[in-house]
Design a protein around this ligand. Structure first.
Ligand SMILES: Cc1ncc(COP(=O)(O)O)c(C=O)c1O
Length: 393
């Protein structure tokens, strides 16, 4: 008799319909083999980590900073994270309100495990970042997705949100700026969500991994409105081109952070010291790094948007912030999946099917514009050619 896996593996499995990232991995492998493929299917800026950050890591490693560290992160780094949070949101925070984890993704997972469990429901606003379903279901809770509909500019539909709340609901997960839409939730949006969370006694997990790229480096803050019930998640991945360093955090109430530390102790055992020293340097130069990435993304957003303007059957949707742009391909008569597969076959450009993010982005595909300008221009030319070929068919 073969040994069995835990029921848990089902909770983290891909949903029926297959892995929406399969085409992306194909494209990445083809490119690694030297093929003429343009990969715009993932949000990994084509920028290098700031040299001062790399130097800080190297110096720490050379200095012997290669041992175990505190599970919640070094106090000075936690204090620096809290200070950044205060600067971004206006909410007072100190080191005890912050825990340093392996990226925002790790923070999402920790939040999920600590806030809900079997028999509970967790609401996530759809479209949602592609890891949310498995991350939320991992706890045993039921995922309830509530659309922020395209017809509402992908802003939350507060009435639908309230209607989805039941006595079993424990938390609402959302991302602002959003991936894939690039929408920043407005003051009115966050007022409404905070009011619902307060009234129904819910946690809000606010994934603000792109906040540093939003205008002014901040977004309307849920934490400021409801400090005792909101977790604010962030990382250095996007603002500092540090996706591979796996340095992120949660800022929240002290009792939550104490539980998170206990989970981190048993799951992670502390981020490497040299990564923490690099993160410390990254936070010291945050304003400069964010300005660089913001300018980089701003320029390319404009460039791709203009290059795709007026395409037959394809409408680019202007994002408030971030590094992604949705293309509405419904008028081509193809599904988004057919569109991305056809485009990849004909033109070797890899975009992501909006279905990877839920129902609200049915008929939309996502392009990442954090790429070299020449590559972006070439991708736009190919998309244009492909869209024209569909019209001609
Ligand atoms: C909305 C959102 N949350 C979290 C993550 C993961 O970020 P990190 O690299 O900090 O784990 C991403 C990465 O693309 C994202 O888009």
């Amino acid at each position: 008799m073969s040994p069995r896996f835990a029921a848990f593996v089902q909770r983290i499995a891909h949903e029926a319909g297959g892995d929406p990232w399969a085409l992306h991995w194909d494209a990445r492998n083809a490119r690694a083999r030297g093929e003429d493929v343009i990969v715009l299917s993932v949000g990994d800026p084509d920028l290098n980590t700031p040299p001062a950050v790399i130097e800080a890591a190297v110096a720490a490693m050379r200095g012997g900073d290669t041992h175990y560290t505190e599970s919640a992160g070094r106090p000075k780094l936690r204090a620096a994270v809290a200070a950044l949070h205060t600067q971004r949101t206006g909410q007072a925070a100190r080191a005890e309100n912050a825990i340093v984890l392996g990226g925002c993704q790790n923070g999402l997972f920790v939040s999920s495990m600590l806030l809900a469990g079997p028999g509970d429901e967790v609401i996530a606003l759809d479209p949602m970042y592609a890891t949310y379903p498995a991350t939320i279901r991992a706890s045993g809770a039921t995922l309830v997705s509530v659309e922020a509909p395209a017809a509402n500019g992908f802003h939350p539909d507060l009435a639908a949100l309230e209607a989805a709340i039941t006595p079993r609901t424990r938390a609402i997960f959302l991302a602002t700026p959003n991936n894939p839409t690039g929408v920043v939730f407005s003051e009115a949006d966050v007022d409404g969500i905070a009011a619902l969370a307060r009234r129904h006694g819910l946690w809000v997990v606010s994934d603000e991994v792109y906040a540093g790229i939003a205008e002014g480096g901040r977004v309307p803050s849920l934490a400021l409105r409801l400090p005792s019930q909101v977790l604010t998640l962030g990382s250095l991945s996007k603002t500092h081109a540090m996706t591979g360093w796996r340095a992120g955090w949660i800022v929240g109430p002290e009792d939550f952070i104490a539980h998170a530390e206990q989970l981190a102790l048993n799951m992670l055992y502390g981020l490497p010291g040299f990564v923490q020293e690099a993160a410390q340097k990254a936070l010291e130069i945050a304003s400069e790094a964010e300005t660089t990435v913001r300018a980089y993304c701003g320029l390319r957003r404009e460039r791709l948007y203009r290059a795709l303007d007026g395409l037959p059957g394809v409408r680019a949707v202007w994002p408030d912030a971030g590094m992604f742009m949705l293309l509405d391909v419904r008028a081509t008569g193809l599904s988004a999946g057919e569109f991305v597969r056809g485009l990849y076959q004909a033109e070797r450009v890899s975009l992501l099917d909006g279905a990877a993010f839920g129902r609200a982005t049915d008929g939309f595909v996502r392009a990442c514009f954090a790429a070299e300008e020449v590559e972006l221009d070439e991708a736009a030319r190919r998309i244009r050619r492909y869209a024209a070929s569909l019209g001609a068919r």
